[in-house]
Design a binder for this molecule. Structure first.
Ligand code: Q0Z
Length: 331
């Protein structure tokens, strides 16, 4: 580890990411995509569990997907090599495919001043210059299948996400049509599902209708695309923002971190469905006696490698392209 990174690491030891207390985490290798991540030349704007945002100028941000991984809502101690590049590659694939107004400006970082060669090298394939938007404070969730928090609401007698659902559905059933089930970022760090009327009150009817229409339309197009590859897009979450009067799709799109992807041949209604990307690491974690509160156990090297392989397979399968080619093109 170089000296600057080491100093930076120590200075940021008390940092929190999202609402998680990460002070238990070792100050280890500190490439910009590891924890804690800082790019000294740029002002740091926000940290997510696995993403970082820096300021480029008043109208642009640098959006970086790190190799961090979370499981059971806890950030694990090990990085998954290339995971951030897989997620960035998937977002780029869908920005291109969907051709809907979005925040992407460029993956070429040569116009971002002050980045070192090491930082540029580390960010290749995982960073995007994006238009800075005013973020709409509602997570635009679309569900085509009954799972996760929506299943729990349904099973327990109903909740905000089940307002428009018929009776008699089973866990993981396909819904008669996709439903728009917005959520707000609660202060607990967990998203909180909100009803249609709560969302209309927050956004106004016009913006509500626009976001619902755009979100469901994107979900339908992406799920048709996934279905051709033998993949079910069970649900996904979009964020939107305004740049001037333009409504843009922002943030990551249709990545395994923002979506629930299932291998179609493993979908059995009435049963839990293994997630494409995280099932493998979860199954290893389940062999330990970890209670899902920090600190998590260290992942053995073979589990790190196996997890990386699954992310790369997810990229190849969902895009129909080759992650090796993506890396080669990214340089
Ligand atoms: C997205 C988030 C992350 C922490 C802010 N184009 C944009 N303009 C303005 N703000 C955002 C975006 Cl994408 C924005 N988030 C979510 C992402 C780390 C929080 F990488 N926060």
């Amino acid at each position: 580890m170089d000296l600057l990174s080491a100093i930076d690491a120590i200075e940021h030891r008390g940092d929190r990411i999202g609402d998680k207390d990460l002070s238990h985490r070792p100050v280890g290798a500190t490439a910009p995509t590891s924890y804690p991540a800082r790019v000294p030349a740029l002002e740091h704007v926000a940290s997510g569990k696995v993403r970082e945002i820096y300021e480029v100028d008043s109208e642009h941000l640098l959006f970086v997907a790190t190799d961090r991984i979370s499981a059971y809502d806890v950030i694990l101690n090990q990085l998954i090599p290339d995971k951030g590049k897989v997620l960035a590659g998937l977002s780029l694939h869908f920005f291109d495919l969907l051709d809907t107004p979005n925040h992407l400006v460029s993956t070429d970082l040569s116009g971002v001043d002050g980045l070192s060669e090491d930082e540029l090298d580390d960010m290749k394939g995982r960073a995007m210059v994006v238009r800075r938007a005013q973020v709409i404070p509602v997570e635009c969730v679309v569900r085509g299948y009954l799972y996760g928090s929506s299943w729990r609401e349904y099973r327990d007698g109903g909740g905000p996400t089940t307002e428009h659902l018929p009776p008699g559905l089973k866990l993981a059933d396909r819904l008669p049509e996709p439903i728009f089930t917005p959520a707000t970022k609660a202060t607990t760090g967990h998203d909180e599902n909100i009803t249609e009327s709560e969302t209309r009150n927050l956004l106004g009817d016009d913006l509500y209708e626009e976001l619902r229409k755009r979100s469901v339309d994107i979900y339908l197009r992406a799920s048709e695309h996934a279905a051709k590859k033998g993949v079910i897009l069970a649900d996904t979450k979009f964020e939107f923002g305004f740049a001037g009067d333009e409504l843009l799709l922002i943030d990551e799109v249709l990545t395994p971190d923002s979506s629930r992807y299932w291998p179609a041949d493993e979908w059995v209604p009435g049963r839990d469905v293994p997630s494409f990307d995280k099932q493998y690491v979860r199954e290893w974690l389940d062999t330990t006696d970890w209670d899902h509160s920090p600190p998590p156990p260290d992942l053995p090297d073979d589990i790190v490698e196996g997890t990386r392989t699954r992310y790369v397979e997810a990229y190849d399968r969902i895009t129909g392209a080759s992650f090796a080619d993506y890396l080669a093109r990214a340089g």
